[in-house]
Design a protein around this ligand. Structure first.
Ligand SMILES: [Zn+2]
Length: 326
């Protein structure tokens, strides 16, 4: 099980914390008590409705409540501290949206901004650890019908009233996957394709969903990867990861030993993050499958890096020495 799944608490726990906070405030919060039951209901429904967020917009009359909830996120009250949990790198180490290692920030899956879903500002199910890359590409996007959220919150609410029905999103497509609830992410759903050139430089050709998945699952995963620019960012990590793997196979001499070693590295990568879709696990799996690259890998691991560096340094030193003699 991916480690990040341990972060989601129950809606009741979050509500209890919010209730405690409200009860300690003075007047001005009574109005908020009035609509509290409605938001309690929304909290409870989140795990079923996050994919159809149009069902969870507040009414214009609840704007004040929304703003109060928005402010709660900035509170440093002890019983609201759980909202910072996704920031602790020890929990994940890899971003559950893209699978790349990095430092985590807190992403509101349904955007927290005042025009969107401020009432989910402190709902832990809505708080997902995310790297800055994913944050930057996701922004306030949450579903295809609206693209980014409508800037004017009141107008958005009115337009829903006029339609007399909530937005209906096709839940399986064109939506960023939710790491806590889109359970397909707990399975191995991605495959990486790699190449290593004659000089030993690795490159990432593609990251694609597995072929045996349902068509709609494949399409939503493809959309997710594309929208968050996962491939481009993973390409930037390949060299670093490859070197770390090479370090791990130092001293390995035979193809059989190599295979065992890579399997062990894969097992430890998976137990670290708990997710088979994190990039280090994907890359190791790709290496294991590419048996044609194994002899080259053994060669790379056998040649000490320092020796390669020395050769290039000698070349660079020789040229100015000749010029100096003229
Ligand atoms: Zn990410």
């Amino acid at each position: 099980m991916p480690t990040y799944l341990g972060l989601a608490r129950t809606a009741q726990e979050d509500l209890a914390a919010v209730q405690t906070y409200i009860s300690k405030q003075g007047s001005g919060w009574q109005d908020i008590q009035r609509v509290f039951a409605r938001v309690a209901k929304m909290f409870a429904l989140y795990s079923e409705s996050y994919a159809e967020p149009g069902r969870m917009l507040l009414r214009a009359s609840e704007l004040e409540f929304a703003q109060a909830m928005y402010r709660l996120y900035d509170s440093d009250a002890n019983y609201l501290r759980y909202k910072n949990a996704p920031r602790k790198p020890g929990y994940v180490g890899c971003c559950p949206y893209c699978g790349i290692k990095g430092s985590m920030t807190v992403d509101h899956y349904l955007p927290r901004n005042k025009e969107a879903f401020p009432h989910f500002s402190v709902l832990s199910a809505n708080l997902v650890p995310a790297c800055s890359g994913c944050q930057g590409h996701k922004l306030a996007y949450y579903a295809p019908s609206t693209g980014r959220v409508v800037r004017n919150w009141r107008r958005q609410v009115k337009s829903i009233d006029r339609l007399q029905r909530p937005y209906r999103f096709r839940t399986s497509e064109k939506r960023i996957l939710h790491p806590y609830f889109d359970r397909c992410l707990a399975e191995q759903v991605l495959i990486a394709h790699i190449e290593i050139d004659a000089g030993g430089t690795p490159s990432l050709v593609s990251i694609t969903p597995r072929l045996n998945l349902a068509r709609s699952t494949r399409r939503s995963i493809e959309f997710h990867l594309e929208r968050l620019h996962v491939l481009e960012r993973a390409r930037g990590e390949v060299g670093h990861l490859h070197n770390a793997i090479l370090k791990g196979i130092k001293g390995v001499l035979t193809p059989t030993e190599l295979l065992e070693n890579l399997e062990t590295q894969l097992a430890s990568a998976q137990s670290r993050g708990g997710s088979p879709n994190f990039f280090d696990a994907l890359y190791l799996r790709a290496l294991i499958l590419r048996k044609d690259l194994h002899s080259q890998l053994l060669h790379e691991a056998a040649v000490p890096k320092a020796e390669l560096v020395r050769v290039s340094q000698v070349r660079r030193v020789k040229i100015p020495a000749r010029r100096g003699r003229r």
